[in-house]
Design a binder for this molecule. Structure first.
Ligand code: HEM
Length: 144
């Protein structure tokens, strides 16, 4: 099960990141060119949200089964001293969790926004911020 989940988390990361970038750029363009907010704009943002949430769920399970996460085997002091161990145990999960919260807030706020520009703005800012946070803590050396 562990390797199945590792592969899924590794593979869905591509889909989630591509969708997040597309949704952010689409919303930035919509906001800056005063476009009408259409069903297709909502769908792009929704797909990005769904894939990000799937990624989060698999990540949460992996946190307890992955051999790369040493929180249950080593002291916090030892983990903090090693940048690789720190990335998997603290930085990647925590920063990504914050990113997913921001993206979710962005989607939920767009629903309540009164104007098309405000809808695009909510998605543009929160999705772009979330995407940057995720990109800042990807284990690039093992993934890309
Ligand atoms: C939501 C955005 C997230 C993205 C885009 C993402 C992406 C990635 C990527 C690309 C890897 C490297 C995979 C590889 O080396 O093949 C990885 C590994 C990992 N991620 Fe995430 N992740 C996310 C969220 C999370 C969260 C929230 C957690 C934990 C709570 C988590 C836990 C892990 C763990 C434990 C590994 C190491 C898995 C292993 O190879 O054993 N991830 N993640």
């Amino acid at each position: 099960m562990e390797t199945g989940l590792q592969h899924a988390h590794s593979f869905i990361a591509y889909a989630a990141l591509i969708l997040l970038i597309v949704a952010s750029v689409n919303a930035l363009i919509g906001m800056s060119s005063n476009k009408q907010f259409k069903g297709s704009d909502r769908k792009i943002a929704l797909f990005a949200l769904i894939f990000t949430h799937i990624q989060l769920l698999i990540g949460l399970i992996l946190y307890f089964v992955s051999p790369k996460v040493k929180v249950f085997a080593m002291s916090m002091g030892e983990i903090m001293k090693n940048s690789d161990l720190r990335l998997y145990a603290i930085e990647h999960p925590l920063i990504n969790l914050i990113a997913v919260v921001l993206i979710t807030i962005g989607f939920s706020k767009h629903k309540k926004a009164a104007t098309d520009k405000a809808k695009f703005k909510s998605i543009a800012i929160m999705y772009a911020l979330g995407t940057l946070l995720i990109l800042s803590r990807i284990p690039w050396s093992t993934w890309f």
